[in-house]
Design a protein around this ligand. Structure first.
Ligand SMILES: *Cc1c(COP(=O)(O)O)cnc(C)c1O
Length: 399
């Protein structure tokens, strides 16, 4: 078998350079651990951006994968399959929505939610044709399609990719007053991450989501929560919106919905809102495929059976407190909820990347976001002893 250096060379040679990965080659994984080609073991503190909340290769999810692979993998939506209905029923019950629409990637699910909101705006709210407005937040991350990067405030995400999709209005995240001013009679939706993951685990001020909920009600606009990263146990509740006791109109899920096994995403909404989609309006060849649905059913069951949300709350709370004790030297602050945490480094500590490389050498994988922030998001099944070990690595590197 090739060694890590050779694999990196061949990957760099043939792949587009749209990522800047740490120089580690993962060839095996289980639970909270991954191993490289040479057999070195690491703690995974990224969890594929929260897609493997259930841990790598959870046996029950893999079992569902293998069993379904032995029956049927793909039918397209031209025909029914025996996994889609049960999957949507279980997903709707878990999230408390009457309707769901399956897609594959997170970006596709966000696009679906945007299409839903626009069509609902025209057909139900009565917005004049072509006038629908959707409010989004600064520093958002909702994916990489042209329409989604149209309302990104990260210059690099947009540079060279115009012309952009109109109809989006961006307001500063966490600023209720700015949000209030942004609504017009043509506003059809407010799209928001309850915690901004890619922005560096930014938690909005308390009461912000409640105020946004009230504003959406007042202006008859849809509250769309992008919980692709925050949802499914990561922040210590099954859904992050529960922390503020609100409910969105439209919920967007992805990543951990399949436990990191296949690309599965979904949009959940009311009968009235989902009703705007008629046959032919929207679709996806792989969306709702039996193998994706079977895997997702198992992945959702694992979250509930193993009480992973409560586990994230408990372990994350303690871990955050311990990390806070390291603040002062190189770490400016620690923020986040559950096991979605980030360390913000002091300017004087320099960029975050070299620390991630040092942690990698020590056997812990995490990734910088922006220049000076390190996200900490292990699989929710991580053991307490491994959290202690991770703490020691961080203390030795950044304490
Ligand atoms: C990862 C992510 C997306 C995009 O998901 P992809 O599967 O990469 O398309 C969208 N929104 C949020 C909040 C995310 O974290």
């Amino acid at each position: 078998m090739a060694n890590s250096r050779e694999i990196i060379e061949i990957t760099e040679k043939y792949s587009a350079h749209n990522y800047h990965p740490l120089p580690v080659v993962i060839s095996r994984a289980e639970g909270a651990y991954v191993w490289d080609c040479e057999g070195k073991k690491y703690l995974d503190f990224l969890s594929a951006y929260s897609a493997v909340n259930q841990g790598h290769r959870h046996p029950k999810i893999i079992q569902a994968l293998v069993e379904q692979a032995g029956r049927v993998t793909l039918t397209s939506r031209a025909f029914h399959n025996d996994q889609l209905g049960p999957f949507l029923k279980e997903l709707c019950a878990l999230a408390g929505f009457p309707k769901a629409l399956p897609m594959n990637t997170g970006a596709e699910a966000v696009e679906t939610a945007l299409k839903l909101a626009r069509k609902w705006g025209y057909k139900v709210k009565g917005v004049p044709d072509g006038q629908a407005e959707i409010i989004c937040c600064g520093e958002n991350f909702h994916g990489r399609t042209i329409s989604i990067v149209s309302f990104s405030t990260d210059e690099q995400y947009r540079d060279g990719f115009g012309p952009f999709t109109p109809g989006f209005k961006v307001v500063p995240y966490g600023d209720g007053a700015a949000l209030e001013k942004a609504f017009t009679k043509n506003t059809v939706a407010f799209l928001v991450e309850p915690i901004q993951g890619e922005a560096g685990v930014v938690v909005p001020p308390e009461g912000y989501l409640k105020k946004a909920r009230a504003l959406c009600d007042k202006h008859r606009a849809l509250f769309i929560a992008d919980e692709i990263q925050t949802g499914l146990g990561r922040t210590g509740k099954m859904f992050c919106f529960e922390h503020e006791g609100i409910r969105p109109d439209v919920l967007v899920l992805g990543k951990a919905i399949s436990g990191g096994v296949l690309p599965v995403s979904a949009v959940l909404a009311s009968e009235e809102q989902m009703g705007v989609f008629k046959p032919g309006d929207h679709g996806s060849t792989f969306g709702g495929c039996p193998i994706g649905c079977a895997v997702a059913r198992a992945a959702l069951r694992v979250l509930v059976e193993e009480k992973l949300a409560a586990r994230a709350a408990e372990l994350g709370g303690r871990f955050k407190e311990r990390l806070a004790g390291l603040c002062g030297k190189k770490i400016e602050s620690v923020r986040g909820r559950g096991l979605l945490l980030a360390m913000v480094l002091k300017k004087s500590a320099g960029p975050a990347r070299p620390y991630c490389e040092q942690l990698m050498v020590r056997g812990m994988l995490c990734k910088e976001t922006h220049q000076h922030i390190i996200r900490l998001a292990p699989p929710l099944v991580i053991g307490e002893a491994d959290l202690d070990l991770a703490f020691e690595h961080i203390q030795a590197t950044l304490g």
